[in-house]
Design a protein around this ligand. Structure first.
Ligand code: SF4
Length: 472
């Protein structure tokens, strides 16, 4: 019977059906970071358990690392404690650690793919919501909680319900100045933050076929923001070209065997989906969020929508968003003054994200507005080194950006990069919840990296196509 990639990969990893009705699923790759793992390791120690598959378990540090200095001990005692706890655990349990000391660290969802750990047809888990990123390779990748981290460390398996599958098809070409970030914000705007509950999202259509792996990662990364448990793109030559030669990618005969497996797990052309939605890429504008969920967004030339244009059950959240963000219905989003600009995160902290901005800044005609604090934070040390090798650090600093060390930085602000008071941040990250960026009153406007750059140099939300003269 014809099947989707989700069904094929899920079925191949079932160890047994549990009395609860869930399936016990073998995990092919477990990624760890410092924030969600300490309690899980503590539970393992309490029960005198070992890590079942240390060779499939990898760790890095991302949320707590300061991006203005690499000095240890960290000034924040709790951050230093978390770091030391992870250092001890990876040593005690024999886990490979991509550490700052070895210049190998970065955001877990950037490091996994760039090392070639993330591969098609795998089951992947990590104690972080944005694990869906890895679905860009045709993997089933799930964010998990602390007790599940313990379970996976101890057994290499996870108890899971089977999801429904929604195919989200986007065909046609994006207009110039419109990016993968706009695509996923547009999709979430259409389907809502709860639209994906109970679903895996399969992204298909010729737009995603043409997308690079970085663009696919940006889209899959935010599946969780649309309520989906995971999101994926079927693997293809783009996937294989990205993986070939990377450190943990299969080599020689193993590569050929892997290729055969990867081809076999693609969704069948006549696979049945629980739901299918289709969009035309040409309809997608540059998108900016105005509210407190990633679905509360408008086109850059749009206005804050009236509460009446939402369904009755959404109106309370919309009114809460007006009050928190200090927006009035009918007010244009363009022209909103910003205080901070942030380009980075596991959504948009990869080399190609910065490349798109560098192309716009390298003529030296644009400078960050004096009242704006603008941060460029590479997603990993590898990305940072690649940027420096290309001279992009200088392009950014010449334009007035702060060029930082790798980390999550202002995405979640579990480190010194935080908003202050009521500051407004134009951010290439993935969440605009109240207080997300470190100040309980701070405000976040999500957008693409090129739109953040446009906001940085104008001091307000602006259409990057007009600011940088991107031909229509
Ligand atoms: S960049 Fe943001 S969303 Fe991604 S792992 Fe770090 S804190 Fe989480």
């Amino acid at each position: 019977m014809a099947q989707t990639l989700y069904e094929k990969v899920f079925d191949k990893h079932v160890v047994r059906q549990l009395p609860s009705g869930q399936a016990q699923l073998l995990m092919g790759l477990h990624l760890l970071h410092e924030v969600t793992s300490p309690q899980a390791f503590a539970m393992l120690r309490e029960r005198k358990l070992k890590v079942m598959f240390p060779e499939r378990t990898f760790a890095t540090v991302d949320h707590i690392v300061p991006t203005h200095t690499k000095l240890r001990p960290y000034q924040d005692a709790m951050a230093e404690e978390m770091m030391q706890s992870l250092e001890k655990s990876v040593k005690d349990f024999g886990i490979r650690f991509f550490s700052p000391a070895a210049n190998e660290n970065g955001i877990v969802h950037v490091v996994g793919p760039e090392r070639g750990l993330t591969q098609p047809g795998m089951t992947i888990c990590c104690g972080d919501s944005h694990t869906a990123t890895h679905g860009a390779f045709g993997a089933l990748a799930f964010g998990i909680g602390t007790s599940q981290i313990r379970d996976v460390l101890a057994t290499g398996t996870l108890a899971m319900d089977k999801l429904k599958v929604r195919r989200i098809e986007v065909n046609g070409s994006l207009r110039p100045g419109v990016t993968a970030k706009d695509v996923i914000l547009y999709i979430i705007g259409k389907l809502g933050v709860n639209g994906g509950v109970g679903f895996a999202y399969e992204y298909g259509g010729d737009l995603f076929d043409r997308f690079t792996m970085d663009e696919r990662m940006t889209v899959c990364n935010m599946s969780i923001e649309g309520g989906a448990r995971c999101g994926y793109v079927n693997p293809d030559q783009t996937t294989y070209d990205y993986l070939k030669g990377r450190e943990y990618a299969p080599k020689g005969a193993a590569w050929e065997r892997a290729l055969a497996y990867w081809e076999s797990i693609k969704s069948d052309p006549d696979a049945k989906y629980d739901d299918v939605v289709r969009y035309d890429a040409a309809d997608i504008p540059p998108v900016v969020t105005w509210g407190i969920t990633p679905a509360q967004s408008v086109a850059i030339d749009g206005s804050i929508p009236a509460a009446e244009s939402f369904s009755p059950d959404e109106r309370d959240s919309v009114r809460e968003a007006y009050a928190y963000m200090d927006f009035q219905p009918g007010q244009p989003i363009a022209g909103t003054k910003i205080d901070v600009a942030f380009i980075g995160s596991c959504t948009n902290g990869r080399l190609s994200d910065f490349e798109e901005v560098v192309k716009l800044l390298q003529d030296g005609k644009h400078q960050v507005k004096p009242n704006v604090r603008a941060l460029v934070v590479p997603g990993s040390v590898q990305v940072r080194q690649d940027m420096i090798a290309r001279g992009w650090d200088k392009v950014f600093t010449d334009a007035g950006f702060l060029f930082r060390e790798a980390g999550c930085s202002m995405c979640l602000a579990m480190n010194p990069d935080k908003l202050q008071g009521r500051e407004i941040c134009a951010s290439s990250s993935n969440r605009n919840f109240k207080g997300r960026q470190g100040s309980p009153q701070g405000r976040t406007l999500l957008m693409s990296p090129v739109m953040v750059a446009a906001a940085a140099v104008t001091g307000e939300v602006a259409d990057a196509r007009k600011v940088f003269g991107i031909a229509p």
